[in-house]
Unconditional design. Structure first.
Length: 458
């Protein structure tokens, strides 16, 4: 037996707490014959049956605004019921003992039996509702044999594309508007070149030493940081250098939003315009652009209704699984900004604002960007006045209220070009880890390569 010290905010205890709450609420509902539909009616519209089932399964906590409704509903129902409350009290104590939480529930010692269930829930919820950092707990665990045992209880998922000598992001040729000068410019053929230098000899031993040249920091799987925005609204004083971030800024619980069905519907709608040899759009003649723009509007917009998650989003990462990562290497091979990889489902600005206000810490995706893909056509020649107006409106919206602006100007990080293994993550059971190298030179505050991965707990 050894003692392990950890904080309640740690992923281990948080996963345990959700299971504890699930057993507690289930025991109370079963003992007093309160069905999920009864509970839903008692706490209003936010208490949907599906949400209640997730609570009981230990998948998530109720949202903060629902907690008081649960307490008020049960407080008005349980104390007056003609039941042997002492039996429920014993069952609750067994659950508390199972999770070694007797110290936290010491206040229940003198509580009346008929008030015991609701008081136990109030204590359980208190750490959920309060903003302060809970105290550290010292817990004794039998059978813990070290980190090998710990890691054996979770799956490690690599979310990073390999860095190769030619990155799709770095060698794509297209005409773009320069962020700095607002003049027409052309992306140069930056390539990550690996150079093996002459052997280095030390103490009679020859060592091989390699170096990488021309590696852009938004190469492959990478982070966007606030300095990525050349925008006065994003600059308060001075953006943090990458080296000034804490490790904890890149380690957080991850929630996956699966929108692959939107990608699939979009591809079906534009099937006749897809060059299946290169997996790019073939808009010749350009009249087909109207159909593509309509399909983007109809199928690729992600709204709040698509966010199927009932738990708190505070300090979590939202990772969008689009299924587009399978086209990443085609994008590399054919160097086209009309690659299917460049047309991803995207959040409308209202949802992005909602996520930021909910305390989301990072937005990631297995795709090229998180903006409206209509902007890919800004310089595209088209004969349709309708298409020109649609594209101009999308570009203007992105220019004045892009997802990057909404997020980065408020210190919400962006993680792009994740792998399709993102689909293996499980909500409420996944820990995202994506620290960048500790770059401390120049004004390195904009982007960084990262080896993103996740721990998925069983």
């Amino acid at each position: 037996m050894i003692k392990i010290t950890y904080d309640k905010g740690d992923v281990i205890i948080m996963l345990s707490r959700k299971k504890f709450f699930g057993e507690l609420i289930s025991k109370i509902m079963d003992f007093y014959s309160i069905s999920e539909s009864d509970m839903g009616e008692g706490i209003g519209a936010d208490g949907r049956t599906g949400s209640i089932r997730k609570w009981r399964n230990g998948n998530c906590f109720p949202q903060a605004q629902v907690i008081d409704e649960i307490i008020n509903f049960l407080n008005g129902k349980i104390p007056t019921m003609n039941r042997t409350h002492s039996e429920c009290k014993r069952a609750i104590n067994d659950i508390i003992a199972k999770y070694n939480l007797e110290t936290e529930f010491i206040a229940l010692e003198n509580c009346k039996d008929n008030l015991y269930p609701v008081k136990a829930l109030e204590i359980c919820f208190s750490n959920k509702k309060n903003e302060y950092t809970p105290p550290t707990i010292v817990k004794e665990i039998d059978g813990f044999v070290g980190w090998t045992d710990f890691l054996g209880k979770c799956k490690m998922v690599d979310l990073t594309h390999p860095i190769v000598e030619k990155s799709p992001h770095d060698i794509a040729e297209s005409t773009v508007t320069s962020n700095v000068t607002s003049e027409q410019t052309k992306i140069e053929k930056y390539e990550a070149e690996i150079i093996t230098e002459a052997p280095v000899t030390s103490s009679g031993i020859d060592f091989k030493v390699s170096r990488i040249t021309s590696l852009r920091l938004n190469h492959g799987t990478h982070l966007d940081l606030p300095g990525h925005l050349i925008d006065a609204r994003a600059i308060v004083a001075r953006n943090k250098l990458i080296s000034e971030y804490e490790l904890r800024d890149f380690i957080m619980e991850a929630i996956v939003l699966n929108v692959k069905h939107k990608t699939d519907k979009f591809h079906t709608a534009i099937d006749k315009y897809i060059d299946k040899r290169k997996w790019t759009l073939n808009l010749n003649p350009p009249d087909g652009l109207d159909d593509v723009l309509n399909a983007i509007s109809e199928h690729l917009v992600i709204t709040e209704d698509d966010l199927d998650y009932d738990g708190s989003l505070e300090n979590k990462a939202i990772l969008i699984y689009t299924g587009l990562s399978e086209y990443y290497w085609d994008f590399l091979a054919y160097k086209s900004d009309l690659s299917l990889y460049c047309f991803a489902p995207f959040f409308n600005s209202d949802l992005t604002e909602h996520l930021e206000s909910s305390g989301v810490k990072l937005l990631g995706a297995d795709s090229y960007q998180v903006e409206n893909p209509m902007i890919n056509f800004e310089k595209y020649e088209t004969v349709s006045e309708t298409a020109k107006k649609t594209i101009a409106t999308a570009v203007d919206d992105v220019r004045h209220s892009s997802n990057h602006q909404i997020l980065l100007s408020r210190n919400v990080l962006v993680l792009e070009n994740l792998t399709g293994d993102l689909r293996d993550l499980k909500n409420d059971k996944s820990l995202l880890i994506c620290p960048p190298p500790k770059f401390a030179f120049g004004n390195c505050d904009d982007n960084s390569i990262t080896r993103a991965c996740a721990l998925v707990f069983n």
